[in-house]
Each structure stands twice: as C-alpha cells, then as structure tokens.
Design a protein around this ligand. Structure first.
Ligand code: NDP
Length: 327
C-alpha cells in the first residue's frame, strides 16, 4: 500500500481506503462487513469512511462494533464521520451545518463509532441556510476540544471552500483540510477543473467517492441485470436512471475491450485511473462481496499500464475531459 499526504496536512492516508455507504447495516450481512474491514486493514488501508446518514446511524454503530472487537491500535487507523443530512431525524435542529447539529452529530458519531475522537469530520453538503462563518468556528472549536482532528467538506463548490478558508484566515482558525467529491471516469469536473487552483493555494486534499460509479464502471451491467447489485435496488432508482444510459453504455463497452487488451479488468482499471490523478489523496473503495474488494485492492497493479498512450486512448473513449477556461 502506498500512502499520500492529505492535502497540505502531514496526515498520510492510504491511497486506497474503504467506505460503508449502502452496504453496512443495509445491503450486506454484518459478518461480511467485518470480513471486508479485515481485508482492507490487512492490505494496509488506514482510512475507514462513514457518515451519520448511512443506514441512519446504523452503519457507524456497526463499524464501531467491529473496530472495538478488532482491538486495532487507535494510532493505526483513521475514521471519519460526516454531518448534514441527519441520522434519521427530520427536524430542523437535527440536520444542517449549524453549531447545534454539528456538535450533537459529532457527539453521536463518537458514541456510535466507539472512539474518543474522529480523525476526519466532514460537512456532508453545503448548507445554504447557515453562515459559513458559524460552521468554520464550530469545526475549529471541535478541533480545539480534541473531538476531531481535521475537518473537511463534501461536494462543496470551489467558491464555498475558499470562503471557508478566507474566514479561517481572517480569524486565525483552522480551515478545511480535505474535500470529498465524486470522481470517476464519468464525473470529473470538480476534481479536474473546479478545484485546480485550490490544490496550489491552500493545498486541498481529496478523498474521492464512487470511483466505479456505484459499480457501473465494472462493466457488469452491460447486457445484463445483475439482481444483487446496487443499481437495481429500489431505493436507488434515481441513481440508476442517471447512470444506466446509452451514452455511458457505449463508453463502458469500449473500456471493457481496452481493459481486456491490456490484460487487466475494468474494476482495476477504473480505480487505477482515479489513482493516476496526483490531486487524489485517497480513493474510497466500496464492496458488497469479499471477492470485489480483493480485486480493487490490487488496482495499484494496473497503474503501470496507464501510459501516456493508454491515457489518450481512454480520453478518446470518454470524450468528457473538462477544460479549464482558456485565460
Ligand atoms: P464504487 O463506485 O466503487 O461502488 C462500489 C460498489 O460497486 C460495490 O459496493 C459493489 O456494488 C460494486 N463493486 C465494487 N467492486 C466491484 C468489483 N470488483 N466487481 C463487481 N462489482 C464491484 O464506490 P461507492 O459508491 O461505494 O463509494 C465508496 C465510498 O465513498 C462509500 O462507501 C462512502 O464511504 C463514500 N461515499 C461518499 C459520498 C459523499 O457524498 N461524500 C457519496 C457516496 C459514497 P454491488 O455489488 O452492489 O454491485
């Protein structure tokens, strides 16, 4: 396993990490979740990603149970939570990025995950109804209280991230260290263009999600309907509608052929392609079965196949390279 700095911070995160969205306490048996965490940890993964909203808090409870059972030394792993959507409650006090919810969600995540502090704590989405200043102060104070070590954002715009940094600089507070955006062969603009300047100025780290577009980039949906797979789950109809479209299918068919010609597999190629971007600090893997994780944990092997020539061939298939403004 290789380790990369989380932005300009000194924290080294494994370039492959592991998350629990949809799977833990929902799609898969608890024993499988435990097996997956074992596999990840044994392979050198040091970051486990979670959020209050995953299975309405139950994903964090399960991860906490597994972590406490394993007795892994607390200094050997990084664990996260994210606040915004709430853990099931729909009242205005139970969600958002105001001080009350951020503090309460942090306390609840600590209890569920059974840890004394969160290594990473994210604002899961921007909150248009809370001043960014209130959020920045709260996150800074949680760091000062030792309840979290680093804070970050998820799916914030570049402007919103920079606003948080400007406020932090003005008041000598700690700004956001990392952003958690979607990044994969089909979704690229934020990571490749929108944040381009922020990597250079404040040194933003990125912990990227859905590297395989929820499994679509494995190629398993081509000509088939794999029943036990994520995009056929009723709760995710909205995601399937966006993903299972002719344009994506055309790309994946060509990518599958390329992967075969290179002597690798689509899951490995898809993850390696994300790793190839030096502004990616870690690729968060998801898996519903041990054999899936076994495969993606070996994605680094495919990195050497991604020569300039192959990257150009991939661009020709994707036809979606986001462009920086020409000035
Ligand atoms: P992926 O895009 O890699 O999707 C993972 C899913 O793809 C698996 O659960 C499995 O689903 C399928 N899959 C993975 N590997 C293989 C394989 N080798 N062969 C066949 N199928 C495979 O990542 P996720 O969408 O799960 O995102 C990773 C993590 O990122 C999440 O767990 C979460 O921690 C984080 N995240 C954060 C978000 C945010 O807003 N900040 C949003 C979403 C995720 P199946 O078997 O069901 O087909």
């Amino acid at each position: 396993m290789n380790y990369r700095r989380l932005g300009k911070s000194g924290l080294k995160v494994s370039e492959l990490s592991f998350g629990s969205w949809i799977t833990f306490a929902n799609q898969i048996e608890n024993g499988v979740s435990e097996r997956l965490m074992d596999m990840a940890y044994d392979a050198g993964v040091n970051f486990f990603d979670n959020a209050e909203v995953y299975a309405a808090g139950k994903s964090e409870e399960l991860m906490g149970e597994i972590l406490s059972k394993k007795n892994w030394s607390r200094d050997s792993y990084i664990v996260s939570s994210k606040a915004f959507f709430g853990a099931g409650g729909k009242l205005p006090t139970q969600r958002g990025l105001h001080r009350k919810h951020l503090v309460e969600a942090c306390h609840d995540a600590l209890k569920r995950l059974r840890v004394g502090y969160l290594d990473l704590y994210y604002c899961h989405r921007p909150d248009k109804e809370t001043p960014v200043e209130e959020t920045v102060w709260t996150m800074h104070q949680l760091i000062m209280q030792g309840k979290i070590l680093y804070w970050g954002t998820s799916e914030w715009s570049g402007v919103e991230i920079m606003e948080a940094h400007m406020i932090a600089q003005k008041h000598n507070l700690i700004g956001p260290t990392m952003e958690q955006p979607q990044y994969n062969m089909l979704t690229r603009r934020k990571v490749e263009v929108e944040y381009a300047q922020i990597y250079k100025t404040v040194g933003l780290g990125t912990t990227i999600w859905s590297p395989l577009a929820s499994g679509y980039l494995t190629g398993k949906y081509i000509g088939r309907k794999p029943d036990d797979s994520r995009l056929l789950r009723e709760e995710l109809n909205w995601l399937a509608e966006k993903t299972l479209v002719a344009e994506n299918e055309r790309k994946v068919i060509s990518l599958l052929k390329l992967a075969t010609d290179l002597g690798t597999t689509m899951p490995k190629l898809g993850v390696a392609w994300c790793l190839k971007n030096p502004n990616v600090s870690t690729v968060i893997l998801g898996a519903s079965k041990p054999e899936q994780l076994e495969e993606t944990l070996k994605a680094t092997e495919a990195l050497e196949l991604l020569t300039d020539e192959v990257m150009i061939a991939i661009e020709e298939i994707l036809q979606n390279k986001p462009q920086l403004p020409p000035y």
